[in-house]
Design a binder for this molecule. Structure first.
Ligand code: R5P
Length: 268
């Protein structure tokens, strides 16, 4: 691997432990202004000191993030779909590698829809993006998207999708946590980060998932809604950080969260 590629990856997956706490804020590219991301700058700013990397599309980068911010950007470069459109899997590359370089991106992120109507298109897109990224030393994060079919999130399916992403050259893969996640991690070839998905009932559920994923071989999280839609986003990300970087279990993370929000009373 060339120096530039290694250097960019090391900004995301921290060299001390190879782990990362990524903050996903790219949802607007197909969901529009969802709750708490109506004004992304206000949501993102207090969380930046506690994240290792940020995952936005270019609109949020240019309009909502200070250019002086010291945060690696994993730039969402696929899209062209919407929640009200024909099929979520109908994605293409929407941002050029030159644009990623202009924005000083540390990595480029693109969704693949294994088993989806436009599976072939998204997998070929991934391969092309990897070729472009390799030319300039920019790693690619493949996101194993499932569209509206959340039921597909089992170890057999996610293991298949993650391995295909790695075989096509992704440097790391974002996927969902599932039962028997060890199987997904074992066959993935490259580091995995997990998405949080729609907001869970409590932050303690998010801590449990984060801890179980890390114990099963994940390299980190790329959480969005379960952080910034939580009642106390800063306390939540700090507790997740303790799991990812300090080997805290879900209980210890919950206690840290309680302490940070100022009492033992459990809050959502
Ligand atoms: C979806 O494709 C987007 O990449 C989101 O960034 C992703 O789902 C992660 O965010 P969340 O933790 O809210 O699911």
């Amino acid at each position: 691997m060339d120096w530039g590629m290694k250097n960019r990856l090391a900004r995301i997956l921290r060299p001390a432990d190879g782990h990362t706490v990524m903050l996903a804020v790219d949802h607007g590219y197909f969901l529009g202004p969802i709750s708490r991301l109506e004004r992304p700058a206000e949501t993102i700013e207090p969380l930046l000191p506690h994240a290792d990397a940020l995952m936005p599309a270019r609109g949020v980068v240019r309009n909502c993030i200070e250019a002086a911010a010291d945060i690696p950007i994993v730039l969402r470069v696929s899209g062209g779909n919407s929640i009200v459109g024909e099929d979520l899997s109908k994605e293409d590359i929407t941002t050029s590698v030159e644009e990623a370089i202009r924005l000083n991106a540390s990595a480029m992120a693109l969704s693949i829809y294994v088993g989806g109507k436009y599976e072939h298109q998204t997998l070929v897109n991934l391969s092309r993006l990897v070729d472009e990224g390799n030319r300039y030393g920019i790693p690619v994060l493949a996101v194993t998207a499932v569209g509206k079919e959340l039921a597909k999130r089992d170890a057999r399916y996610l293991g298949l999708a993650c391995r295909i992403a790695a075989e096509l050259g992704a440097s790391f893969v974002k996927t969902y946590y599932c039962e028997n996640f060890e199987k997904v991690a074992n066959g993935s070839l490259v580091p995995l980060v997990i998405a949080g998905g729609p907001k869970l009932d409590t932050v303690y559920d998010a801590f449990r998932i984060a801890h179980e994923a890390m114990s099963a071989g994940a390299a980190g999280v790329d959480f969005g809604r379960n952080i910034w839609q939580a009642e106390n986003p800063v306390a939540t990300v700090r507790a997740v950080r303790a799991i990812v970087h300090d080997e805290a279990d879900a209980k210890a993370a919950g206690e840290l969260y309680d302490e940070l929000v100022g009492g033992s009373k459990k809050k959502k």
